[in-house]
Design a protein around this ligand. Structure first.
Ligand code: ADP
Ligand code: MG
Length: 716
């Protein structure tokens, strides 16, 4: 039985909700009227016909055309998952988008979020088994699911959204789904993208030469957009952005503004400055300029605050005064996955924070980098959704044409692949080089990943998954973190490692408001453990629990309540995974010994992220890769120890290491002997220092027993 457009329209207009058997609410009718205006609504018949005739289809359409919210609902009307006991999945690269869209669609379907419509993101599962038939989930969550259910049996249709963003997980999912589609002719697949390189995806998904994957195009719905460039390159894009927003506020007609910046701190600072200036303007020109609200948006913001971007602009301050304006200052998230109604002006500085991986020095860092031309176009399109709009590009037209890359560089070509490789091996993929990637990653990046997983003993020397590796793959964590957590009972500190892992999985817990930096630093000093930042994180969490999760306590100590709550939630989730694999939760009462063991357990995971102090200028050199780094000012170590282990690497004015703890060289040799095998070391101060440790140990033991070290570290 094929479901047709007229049938769906009848169901939509019906008095009772087919999914809950309840009468529809008033809100349902209001939202339905808004849905009818979306371009996709007019193409319902065409879509349902194509969907019923093909196993795989590719959909392209501009942001705001209704792809993410409407297509999954139409699929639900067609698949009837609630009757057939199946689920419709729609993946999202960003967890914020998954949450926000699920909420919107639950409202549109007039059901409760978390019941018929839900979302799953890392560490949060808002679905109900047996009830949820439409699930918005992040791409990495679906990939995880595939590890345990290789044919994704519980789904009737899987919609991959935002594939043009080319995230690592979405790329791998495309390959997996292509393969599953051959084995499961009943599984339907929809691939959705915003930009026009659809042909690449269509070609990729052709399973047989005689059946072509059709393209479903949602027509443009945008109004004309005027694009402006700067005459000269801007040296300070933040300052230029603020200036432009205020210029629009002063001189342009009514309509909201969307400004793209790169990160939390930059966004908060810009919001404050814009607000101050706009208030001044308002006081000086109360008759000609309206009030302005500035709404920040980035992924670590608590969900209630994220929802604020959908609020309407403020009204006039006085009854006949000029009406107000809303300015949303957002990271890249607003570029693709979310559409805000009412935006007429877009300010685009041409940069975003992007993950860059350097396989030579094995570091992945976030760098502010130029966006692609496709991204710039995507950003501009937000201005034309309500009526004709304007986009102000804070770079020259020449740079746009000559300097920007054509499209987004796939993440798989610029990432650390260790997590992905571990998952692929767990999925039973033997030949990683010849796997059907949509874009093949650099062999060097694959080699580095295999090498790391081998050092971590997740893969044996032949590249087969070990028992340890199989458990590591079950943790939604980087392999190093998973390893450290799994071995921690041997060091009698698994309770503590669990806390530290949870704390390392949330964004920064420390608040440092601009006008209270000194107070914030003093508060932080009180909680700092001089032996290492990891121990400080542990201390913060323990104190938070001892103070009964008290809001005032976090406030007084300049800590983010939201981040701590998240850490607590992540801790609970990880704990249940540990219990599933019988990993004991142990603590030591002797604090000195405990602190030492914790750092030993850290070595088992992060032995590749060790730095050695060179000379006494405070410079460190990373082990083996010989990258010069310095301790970040936020680091709380009491001294400058000779050997440190670090978790993060940032490049600002110079390369810094963050989240640092002191380690002893004996531990490096004892717990990760195969990595610290001195014959593989470049000559230099670090090697000599390690050699001294080996010699000393050999002296004590009578002979150098390198082989035994190798064994013991493998077992761990
Ligand atoms: P697309 O995926 O094609 O970019 P969407 O389906 O995301 O389009 O959006 C369709 C419409 O739904 C847009 O007009 C958008 O403003 C609206 N919308 C989506 N999510 C929300 C939300 N959480 N709150 C209010 N409106 C929303
Ligand atoms: Mg979308």
């Amino acid at each position: 039985r094929k479901v047709t457009g007229p049938q769906v329209r009848t169901a939509l207009e019906y008095d009772t909700n087919p999914f809950t058997k309840q009468p529809y609410s008033k809100q349902y009718k209001t939202l339905l009227e808004a849905r009818k205006k979306l371009p996709i609504y007019a193409q319902m018949d065409e879509f349902l016909k194509m969907f019923s005739e093909h196993q795989i289809i590719v959909i392209i359409g501009e942001t705001g055309s209704g792809k993410t919210t409407q297509i999954p609902q139409l699929v639900a009307y067609s698949d009837l998952p609630h009757i057939k006991g199946k689920v419709v999945a729609c993946t999202q690269p960003e967890h914020v988008a998954a949450m926000s869209v699920a909420k919107r669609v639950a409202d549109e379907l007039d059901v409760q979020l978390g019941r018929q419509v839900g979302y799953s993101i890392r560490f949060e599962d808002m679905t109900e088994l047996g009830t949820t038939f439409l699930n918005y989930l992040t791409d990495d969550m679906l990939l995880r699911e595939a590890m345990n259910d290789p044919t994704l049996e519980r789904y009737s249709t899987i919609i991959l959204d935002e594939v043009h963003q080319r995230t690592l997980a979405t790329d791998i999912l495309m390959s997996l789904l292509k393969n599953i589609a051959r084995k499961r002719p009943d599984l339907k697949i929809i691939v959705m993208a915003a930009t026009l390189n659809a042909l690449k995806f269509q070609k990729y998904f052709n399973l047989r030469s005689d059946v072509k994957v059709p393209l479903f195009k949602v027509p443009r719905s945008t109004h004309p957009i005027e694009v402006f460039y700067t005459q000269e390159p801007e040296f300070d894009y933040v300052e230029a952005a603020i200036r432009t927003v205020l210029m629009i506020h002063r001189a342009e007609d009514q309509g909201d503004i969307l400004l793209f910046l790169t990160g939390e701190e930059e966004i908060e600072n810009a919001c404050r400055k814009i607000k101050l200036e706009a208030d001044d303007l308002l006081n000086q020109n109360p008759d000609s300029i309206g009030p302005l609200v500035c709404i920040p948006f980035y992924s670590s913001l608590p969900p209630q605050q994220q929802q604020r971007i959908f609020d309407s602009a403020p009204g006039p301050r006085t009854p006949n005064g000029p009406t107000g304006r809303k300015v949303v200052v957002s990271t890249n998230i607003a570029e693709n996955s979310l559409t805000i109604n009412g935006i007429v002006y877009v300010v685009d500085p041409g940069v975003s924070e992007q993950k860059v991986y350097n396989p030579r020095i094995r570091v992945e860092s976030l760098l502010v980098s130029p966006i692609s031309r496709a991204s710039a176009q995507q950003r501009a399109s937000h201005a034309g959704r309500t009526r004709s709009g304007k986009c102000f590009r804070l770079y020259t037209e020449k740079d746009f044409k000559n300097e920007l890359e054509e499209g987004t560089f796939p993440e798989i070509l610029r990432s650390n692949l260790s997590s992905t490789v571990l998952q692929l091996v767990k999925l039973g993929i033997k030949d990683l080089v010849r796997f059907d990637y949509i874009d093949v990653p650099a062999p060097e990046a694959l080699m580095r990943a295999l090498e790391l997983l081998n050092y971590l003993a997740a893969l044996d020397d032949d590249g087969n998954l070990t028992a340890l590796g199989a458990i590591m793959a079950e943790f939604p964590l980087d392999p190093q973190l998973a390893k450290m957590l799994i071995v921690s009972p041997e060091f009698k500190c698994s309770n503590e490692m669990l806390t530290i892992t949870a704390m390392m999985s949330v964004p920064n817990v420390w608040l440092r408001p601009n006008n209270q930096r000194r107070e914030a630093d003093a508060a932080k000093a009180l909680l700092t453990v001089p032996d290492g930042d990891h121990l400080t994180l542990l201390n913060v969490y323990n104190q938070y629990v001892q103070n009964q999760y008290d809001k005032n306590w976090t406030w007084q100590h300049y800590l983010s309540q939201h981040a701590l709550q998240q850490a607590d939630n992540i801790r609970t989730q990880l704990k249940s995974i540990m219990e599933r694999f019988d990993i004991d939760l142990i603590s030591l009462s002797d604090e000195k010994k405990l602190y030492q063991n914790i750092r030993q357990a850290l070595v088992c995971g992060f032995f590749m992220q060790v730095a050695h102090k060179e000379g006494d200028k405070g410079n460190y050199l990373t082990v083996k890769d010989n990258q010069v780094v310095a301790l970040h000012p936020s680091c709380g170590l009491g001294t400058q120890p000779e050997w440190v282990i670090f978790n993060e690497f940032v490049l600002t004015t110079c390369p810094y290491i963050l989240t640092v703890s002191e380690v002893h060289p004996e531990w490096l040799i004892e717990f990760s002997g195969n990595y610290f095998d001195l014959s593989s070391f470049p000559n230099g101060e670090t090697k000599r220092a390690l050699q001294r440790v080996v010699n000393k140990k050999a002296g004590k033991m009578g002979r150098n027993d390198g082989g035994a070290n190798k064994q013991s570290s493998k077992k761990r």
